[in-house]
Design a protein around this ligand. Structure first.
Ligand code: PRX
Length: 656
């Protein structure tokens, strides 16, 4: 894994080839600059023009941006549309028989669904949900395997104006419960089981456990998709099989026309407190962001076979599986499994088999595949590929070059896309026919995205200096609020300090080089990025202190070769400092406990015990010292404010 220094010393530049640029949607840097200039001149008009071109409106909008209640911005507020109509119905006449989804299951079964069939299945589920009194504005939690049905569930909600909240299948019953509770969901859509990498995950049982925790009376319906036929507990008062519910449902369903600002979904993500944030997105602005980025960044062509490997439980799976590709009328691959099962060439095999043209994945997957078989891609015919993409964390130049040479055969540009759950769609990313690439840099902002790097007083820093990444002007696909917590929305993203309440604060630090390229340096808050998944240190700490043995805990990240970052927990036990075998046992118990409380992705890699944590005289934990200890480095920082220096020695060594 490269260091920040090696990223900053990266000097290689990869201009677009003539062959790629000549066919690209944005074929030159001048064309990119022209779009930026148009946005610069009048950004509201720029977005209004795009919204008229891209979206089928049931009622056209007359207002563009409403910033009266800033930072609670509204876009295209008096317009009406339906997102599912824009993703399905609009394609039926011209390309109803085009394959929308090539689904490949964990064990290799392939199911192709046309736009016509997808539309029918979405309408059936939408009607079925309506028959159960699910209405516009109701919240529906989706806890599903990565299958076509997950997309159908999301689209069916969008069709009737219900607000979905997808929870990643790897989250625990407790995390699921928290999200169901916070959203006030009336229904949950799930499956009997999920299969990934040959392993079964009992989703329905986890839903049952989540619903048995306290007073979730808001949930009155659980729809179960039968994936494996496993035995499940069936509660007739609440549970219903997907296939039975939809069996006699009509395959026509008039869409619910909603206002542009109607919430399409909420998606929970980690922040710097223990409580996950319900990021709320709009209908029109969000849809617009996914569409323009499909065209600008993914250079979408109707002949493409698009494959984004993200699970629909994350924002990437929302924007570039469930919505963006369908809104473009694309053919896309959806894969249920994992990259290494039954062999480490599975991704390459799928690309070969389905003739994938555009492949979008995460650096952590790339790094793990390099480790498991750096030469494996050579054994597959990957000539269908024309564009590669990376998302979720900084990509180290070594992984970039491998991806470029071994997978893209030095022919395919790599779009390194910086964005977040909160931005809804790409915000800083190259247009591959226009921008010369530098490995490790996400290059330039999309037109209409006023990204900048500022210091703590809110001033732009000069190129070459690091600072806070912000977006200065509102843009259509940005987060609208946090579900049931508008104050937290304001103070988190538009804080008075640094941003003067005006700019969107991303939570990342960044740097621009002398040519203005953006380089993302990582989070500035207490958020970790483990295998591209966002985890709050406070969330893990709260889980740890909830264990009866634990008195206090502090969690930090440590650079990790494959995962980007790994979780290191420093723990003070209520009883005596453990010795001998006990250390191993308690560490194991606590790791499993975190997996059960949050989900396996949050399991600490290491648990270290101490009689105390390093604290200032006022009792504040000195996390920067813990970060140094976690890395195994010598402490060179000033420790004059540290009350208990002796503790550093005790916390120095890993106790796995
Ligand atoms: O730190 C940045 C990192 O992932 C964070 C957003 O995480 P999440 O909301 O889960 O969304 C991930 C998928 C869009 C950011 O604050 N991040 C995301 N993409 C990149 C990145 N860091 C560097 N380069 C990227 N391309």
């Amino acid at each position: 894994m490269s260091t920040i220094e090696s990223i900053l010393n990266e000097a290689r530049v990869f201009p677009p080839s003539d062959a790629f640029a000549s066919k690209a949607n944005i074929p030159s840097f001048q064309a990119y600059e022209a779009l930026c200039a148009e946005a610069e001149q009048d950004y509201q008009k720029f977005w209004a023009n795009r919204a008229r071109e891209q979206i089928v409106w049931h009622k056209p909008f007359t207002q563009v941006l409403n910033d009266q209640k800033a930072p609670f911005f509204e876009w295209f507020g008096d317009g009406e549309l339906n997102v599912s109509y824009n993703c399905l119905d609009r394609h039926l006449e011209k390309q109803g028989d085009k394959i929308a989804i090539i689904f490949e299951s964990d064990d290799g079964e392939v199911i192709r669904t046309t736009y016509h069939d997808l539309h029918q299945r979405v309408c059936q589920l939408a009607n079925a949900l309506k028959s159960q009194n699910i209405r516009k504005g109701d919240r529906v939690v989706i806890y599903m395997p990565m299958r076509t049905e997950a997309v159908i569930a999301m689209q069916a909600c969008a069709r009737i104006g219900a607000i979905h909240s997808v929870v990643f299948g790897g989250f625990s019953a407790k995390s699921l419960h928290e999200r169901i509770h916070d959203a006030g969901a009336v229904a949950v859509i799930t499956a009997d089981e999920q299969i990934r990498g040959g392993k079964r995950n009992p989703l329905k049982a986890i839903v049952d456990e989540a619903l048995s925790k306290t007073d979730d009376i808001s949930v009155r319906l659980v729809v179960i998709y039968q994936r494996t036929g496993a035995d499940i507990e069936f509660n007739p008062a609440r549970d219903v099989w997907w296939h039975e519910l939809t069996k006699n449902a009509s395959s026509q369903c008039e869409p619910e026309w909603v206002s542009a600002e109607h919430p399409l979904f909420t998606l929970y993500t980690s922040g710097s407190t223990g409580k996950p944030k319900g990021v709320q997105h709009s209908s029109a602005g969000y849809l617009l962001g996914t569409k323009v980025s499909m065209q600008w960044v993914f250079d979408y062509k109707p002949t493409d076979v698009f494959w984004c490997t993200a699970d629909v439980g994350w924002i990437t799976g929302h924007s570039y599986v469930a919505y963006g590709p369908l809104a473009m009328g694309a053919t896309q691959v959806i894969f249920e499994g994992i990259p290494t099962y039954p062999h480490a060439g599975r991704f390459w095999e799928i690309i070969q088999k389905h003739q994938v043209t555009t492949f979008y994945t995460a650096p952590t997957a790339i790094r793990s595949l390099i480790k498991l078989g750096a030469d494996l891609p050579e054994q597959f015919e990957l000539s269908s590929l024309r564009l590669l993409g990376s998302v979720g964390e900084p990509i180290n130049p070594e992984a970039w070059i491998w991806f470029y040479e071994k997978v893209g055969r030095s022919r395919c540009p790599i779009v390194d896309t910086w964005w977040q759950t909160e931005t809804g769609s790409h915000t800083i990313a190259p247009m591959p026919g226009a921008v010369a690439l530098k490995p490790g840099s996400c290059t330039f902002p999309l037109p209409g995205i006023s990204a900048a790097v500022i210091d703590e007083t809110g001033q732009d820093v000069e190129n070459g200096k690091g600072g806070f990444l912000v977006i200065k002007k509102p843009f259509p696909s940005q987060v609208r609020t946090l579900w049931s917590d508008p104050e937290r929305f304001r103070t988190t993203y538009f804080p008075d300090e640094i941003c003067h309440g005006k700019y969107y604060l991303a939570g990342d630090s960044a740097y621009r080089d002398k040519e203005g390229y953006f380089w993302i340096m990582g989070r500035v808050d207490d958020v970790l990025n483990v295998s591209g998944h966002r985890l709050g240190t406070m969330e893990i700490e709260s889980a740890l202190v909830a264990h009866p043995l634990v008195a206090e805990a502090a969690v930090v990240g440590k650079p990790h070769e494959v995962k980007g970052e790994s979780v290191i927990a420093f723990v003070v036990l209520k009883g005596q400092y453990p010795h001998g075998k006990e250390i191993e046992q308690i560490a194991h118990t606590l790791r499993e406990w975190v997996a059960k409380e949050i989900g396996p992705i949050a399991k600490p890699d290491e648990v270290r015990f101490g009689e105390n944590l390093p604290k200032t005289r006022s009792g504040k934990i000195m996390r920067r010292l813990l970060r140094t200890l976690a890395k195994g480095e010598e402490i060179t920082q000033d420790i004059s404010t540290l009350e208990n220096p002796a503790i550093l020695e005790q916390l120095k060594y890993p106790t796995k």
